[in-house]
Design a binder for this molecule. Sequence first.
Ligand code: G3P
Length: 196
Amino acid sequence: MKIFLDTANTKELKKAADIGILDGCTTNPTLIMKEGKDYKKTLKEICSIVSGPVSAETVSLNAEGMVKEGREFAKIAKNIVVKVTMTPEGMKACRLLTKSGIRVNTTLVFSANQALLAAKAGSYLVSPFIGRLDDIGEKGTELIKEIRQIYDNYSFKSQILAASIRSPEHVKEVAMLGADIATMPFKVYEQLFNHK
Ligand code: G3P
């Protein structure tokens, strides 16, 4: 399983890169805003630290806007993956961006059927939000199990990126269930090194 950091903090990314266990990064406008930095400049800096995929999130609500933003993000660095939301417009944008050679991370996935649609639209990464499902009284990791089965049944190439991870227990569970990637806050990453 690949390990990504869910952060826009370049110090955290440098620490993980220095350890040598860092396969990619996911960011979103909120995380970048928290750092108080310029969005595109931060993405460029992140891409110089992380050699694996770096997700950059679009904020438009329609496909045209998402494609436009995505094309701009893709110019920043080769390892940029454009994040679009799981909506009909998002899937239209996913198809168009993928067709033009830009890799897409479909985010805010909360059901197995949404993951099926995201794979059919050509997503490179698909991000189920497990912590947010736990928040509403469901078992988020169950969703990873369902998506794994569906993708294996039909040999979909999309990678399952378990997101909204809150604890080392989440990381262990998604690894046991066959997620391709887990993205986590730096705090959780550090906790993975500890034991009782
Ligand atoms: O990877 C998605 C993440 O940024 C959201 O996490 O903990 O706010 O649900 P959380």
